[in-house]
Design a protein around this ligand. Structure first.
Ligand code: SF4
Length: 63
């Protein structure tokens, strides 16, 4: 995998959409914000479409 997704937790509003769509990649951290725990568990295009593109505050990024 060339790119790794990460969540800017300062911006995350804990809506849960990324976790609902891709529970194998995202989960709630102890602080109630989303985090990436298995970045290779879905293809990049799926992460782009099912998480990054639908995050209401656009706080999921590639690094
Ligand atoms: S979709 Fe965005 S705002 Fe919602 S839980 Fe995931 S990272 Fe946070």
């Amino acid at each position: 995998m060339d790119k790794t997704p990460w969540v800017d937790q300062d911006e995350c509003i804990s809506c849960g959409l990324c976790i609902d769509n891709l529970p194998d990649v995202f989960r709630f951290a102890d602080n109630g914000k989303a985090e990436v725990y298995a970045p290779a568990a879905a293809a990049e295009e799926i992460i782009q479409q099912e998480a990054i593109d639908i995050c209401p505050v656009s706080c999921i990024h590639w690094q």
